[in-house]
Design a protein around this ligand. Structure first.
Ligand SMILES: O=c1ccn([C@@H]2O[C@H](COP(=O)(O)OP(=O)(O)O[C@H]3O[C@H](CO)[C@@H](O)[C@H](O)[C@H]3O)[C@@H](O)[C@H]2O)c(=O)[nH]1
Ligand SMILES: O=C(O)[C@H](O)COP(=O)(O)O
Length: 324
C-alpha cells in the first residue's frame, strides 16, 4: 500500500506530463496526425430535444464539413419520449434506438446502457463520448479530447475537465457550484481507494474519448455508474500513464434534482463497492442493499432501486448482424 505522500507525488508527476488544454490541440495539427484513423462521436440522449440538435450541428459544421476530423456522429436515443431522435437526425446525426442495437440481448436501462450500445453501433478506431444535454457547446470539446489520442500512440483514454457552474432557477450561474455528486461522492471515494485517479478533476463528466480496442475490453456498468466504473477499470487495464486529461473550459448542462442526484450517488457507491470486491480489497458475506428510501416535500416516502447491472466487454460478445 502506497503512502498518501507517494500517491500524491505520483499524481503530480502524471498531471505534469498528461494534462493539457483544448487550445493546445488545433484542428489543423490533428488533421495531419489523423491519417487513416477513424473517429466516431457518440451522444447518449434521453429526452434532450432542446440541446441535442445544436451539439450535432456544431460537430458537423466544424469537424466534418470544415475539417474532416470526425467520420461519424451517432446519437443513441435512450428511450426518449420527446423529439430527440428527429432533432438529432435533422442536424445530421445517425440516430440509433438503444433497444434496437444488439436487440437479441435482454434490454437494460440508463446511461451506461446507451454508451455500450453506442460503442456497438459505431466503427471508429477512436470513440468520443459527449453528453447531449450540454448548453453553449463548442466543438473544441471533441477536438480537445482527440488531441492526445491522435498525437501520442501511448495514450489510450482521455477525460475532459472543466469549470462547472451551477445555474439555479433564477438563471444566475454560481461558479464552482456544479458537479455536486462529483465533489460529495465520487472524488472522495476515488481519493480513498484509487488515489492514482485523484488528478482527474471531473471523474463523472460525460466527455471522454478512448481507443476502441480498450473500450471493447472493459465492462460497462449501467445507469450512472458507467463513468466511475470505466475510470477504475481502465486504470487497471492500461495504467495511469496511458490516461490523459484535457481542460475543455466551462461546461454548462441541465441540472437534475437533488433527489435524482441521490439516486445517482447510490449507483456510484454500488459501482465502487463492486470494484473493491472484484479487486479483492473488500470481502463481505452480504451485498449492500440497492434500495434507497427517499422523502418528498409532501412527506411521502418512496423506495427506489439504485442497483446497477453490467454489460460485459464488447470484445467478448459474438456480434450479430442486427447491430444498427
Ligand atoms: O437513461 C439515460 C439517462 C441519461 N442519458 C443521457 O446521458 C447524458 C448525461 O445524463 P444526465 O442525466 O445529464 O447526467 P448528469 O446529471 O449530467 O450526470 C453527470 O454524472 C453522470 C454520472 O457519472 C454522468 O453519466 C454524466 O455524463 C454527467 O454529466 C445525457 O445526454 C442524457 O440524456 C441517457 O442516454 N440515458
Ligand atoms: O456530475 C455531477 O456531480 C452531477 O451530474 C451533478 O452535477 P450538478 O451539480 O452540476 O447538477
Amino acid at each position: 500500500m502506497k503512502s498518501d505522500l507517494e500517491a500524491l507525488t505520483r499524481v503530480r508527476e502524471w498531471y505534469g506530463l498528461h494534462s493539457s488544454t483544448a487550445a493546445e490541440w488545433p484542428v489543423d495539427s490533428l488533421l495531419l496526425a489523423k491519417g487513416a484513423t477513424t473517429v466516431s462521436v457518440v451522444l447518449p440522449a434521453h429526452n434532450e430535444e432542446s440541446t441535442v440538435g445544436d451539439i450535432v450541428t456544431a460537430i458537423r459544421r466544424d469537424l466534418v464539413e470544415r475539417a474532416p476530423l470526425v467520420d461519424e456522429i451517432v446519437v443513441v436515443d435512450s428511450l426518449s419520449t420527446d423529439a430527440t431522435a428527429s432533432r438529432a437526425a435533422a442536424a445530421g446525426a445517425r440516430v440509433v434506438a438503444q433497444e434496437a442495437v444488439l436487440s437479441h440481448l435482454p434490454p437494460l436501462t440508463g446511461k451506461g446502457e446507451a454508451l455500450w450500445k453506442g460503442l456497438a453501433a459505431t466503427t471508429g478506431d477512436i470513440v468520443v463520448f459527449v453528453d447531449a444535454d450540454l448548453r453553449d457547446f463548442g466543438s473544441h470539446f471533441v477536438s480537445g479530447l482527440l488531441g492526445p489520442l491522435l498525437l501520442d500512440r501511448d495514450i489510450q483514454f482521455v477525460k475532459g475537465s472543466y469549470e462547472r457552474p451551477y445555474t439555479g432557477a433564477d438563471g444566475v450561474a454560481h461558479r464552482g457550484g456544479g458537479g455536486r455528486v462529483t465533489e460529495l461522492v465520487a472524488r472522495p471515494l476515488l481519493n480513498m481507494f484509487w488515489p492514482e485517479l485523484s488528478g482527474f478533476a471531473q471523474p463523472l463528466g460525460g466527455e471522454y474519448a478512448a481507443r476502441r480496442e480498450v473500450l471493447e475490453q472493459v465492462p460497462f456498468v449501467t445507469e450512472y455508474g458507467v463513468e466511475f466504473g470505466l475510470l477504475v477499470d481502465l486504470l487497471q487495464l492500461v495504467g495511469l500513464d496511458a490516461m490523459a486529461q484535457v481542460d475543455l473550459g466551462v461546461r454548462v448542462h441541465t441540472h437534475q434534482s437533488v433527489a435524482a442526484l441521490g439516486r445517482m450517488a447510490g449507483q456510484i457507491m454500488l459501482t465502487a463497492w463492486s470494484r473493491l470486491e472484484r479487486q479483492g480489497r473488500l470481502v463481505s458475506p452480504e451485498s449492500p442493499a440497492h434500495t434507497l428510501l427517499q422523502f418528498g416535500l409532501d412527506g411521502q416516502a418512496d423506495l427506489v432501486d439504485v442497483g446497477v447491472a453490467e454489460r460485459p466487454p464488447l470484445a467478448t460478445l459474438v456480434l450479430e448482424e442486427d447491430v444498427a
